[in-house]
Design a protein around this ligand. Structure first.
Ligand code: PLP
Length: 346
């Protein structure tokens, strides 16, 4: 990895961040708060929330096995996807490399930040080699985006290739593990101490069943976390979200139960799909969804919509011609989808 100062945008490196009232008294015992122009009434919503979400990070640290100082919390993964651009990529100058197909937000954030986005096509097994990713990089490449299990394909990338990329690349490698709870592959967040240029993303939106509260996270070196904290909005995670996250984190066994149930349903649905005459192939998956190649994805999609059943049509995505992406739902939702597909007359 290049020295961090060489990777960070000069204006961000020298940035003096906003200093909030809650930052400045910094944790000393206090009971009279006349520092932040808050209304003294309407507890608890009158007070600004903890800008660094220490309580949530302490609880997360136990669940995820990552020290609290290596955790950044954001307004969904969306914020943790945007921040690397804002911290590392000079608009109109730097570029990033990513796999294709993958999650759409990496490109949207590149476009918003006026950063060149260089997609590298996966092979027919939806895999990539380190060599091909590195061949797409030049001296202006700041970030490499990986997603494992990948969306929309569902599979995990080969771990040795990810490790090779991290070892060989001078910039930052971001591995989005939004779906890792559904996967049997070991997570990379346990390897953070070894790789100062690694950022691992997680979210409360999938296995944790909390998409509505908007809480995403990045695990990385304290240097990178410090950069993110400097650039983020001061109160980026609101009090209601912090409270709800604490409640969810108090019961991690609930997540285990959901994951076991959803993974069983996933197998059952895949078996049913494989028997459908209109299904040509189901791709291997380690997520709470699977990609199915159909005879005619557009027509099938339209017919399902007419019946009030919505799946994701990925037919216009590279390497996903005639593919539908199916999220695993409740047993009865899944049964409804399968029954509708069995009755379709194309
Ligand atoms: C769903 C998803 C997320 C979640 O994003 P949030 O902003 O945290 O809801 C992140 N990454 C990938 C690849 C996803 O599919």
């Amino acid at each position: 990895m290049k020295p961090l100062q060489e990777l960070v945008r000069p204006n961000i490196w020298s940035l003096a961040p906003y200093s909030s009232a809650r930052n400045e008294y910094a944790g000393r015992e206090a009971h009279v708060f006349l520092d932040a122009n808050e209304n003294p009434y309407n507890t608890p919503h009158n007070r600004y929330p903890d800008p660094l979400q220490q309580e949530v990070k302490t609880a997360l640290s136990k669940v995820k096995g990552v020290p609290a100082e290596n955790i950044f919390l954001g307004n969904g993964s969306d914020e943790a996807i945007d921040l690397p651009y804002r911290c590392f990529c000079r608009p109109g100058v730097d570029n990033v490399v990513a796999i294709e197909p993958t999650y759409g937000m990496y490109k949207v954030c590149a476009d918003i930040n006026d950063v060149e986005y260089r997609p590298v096509l996966l092979d027919e097994n939806y895999q990539i080699t380190a060599d091909r990713l590195l061949a797409a990089c030049d001296d202006k490449t700041k970030l490499i985006w990986l997603c494992s299990p990948n969306n929309p394909t569902g599979n995990c990338l080969v771990r040795d290739e990810i490790i090779s990329v991290i070892n060989a690349f001078g910039g930052i490698v971001i591995v989005d593990e939004a779906y890792s709870d559904f996967s049997s592959q070991p997570t990379l967040r346990s390897e953070l101490a070894k790789y100062p240029n690694l950022i691992v993303l997680n979210t409360m939106s999938k296995a944790w069943g909390c998409a509505a509260i908007r809480l995403g996270m990045a695990f990385a070196s304290t240097d990178i976390i410090g950069l993110f904290n400097k650039v983020k909005y001061p109160y980026n995670v609101n009090l209601l979200t912090q409270r709800q996250a604490l409640e969810a984190l108090a019961d991690p066994f609930q997540v285990d139960k959901w994951v076991r149930m959803l993974n069983l349903e996933r197998s059952r649905m895949i078996d049913a799909f494989r028997l459908l005459p209109i299904c040509e192939k189901v791709y291997p998956t380690e997520a709470n969804f699977f990609l199915a190649k159909m005879t005619d994805a557009q027509t099938i999609y339209d017919r399902l919509v007419e019946q009030g059943i919505i799946v994701r049509n990925r037919t216009r995505i590279k390497l996903c011609r005639d593919c539908l992406r199916i999220t695993v739902g409740t047993r009865s939702e899944n049964n409804e989808l399968i029954a509708a597909l069995r009755q379709l007359q194309l």
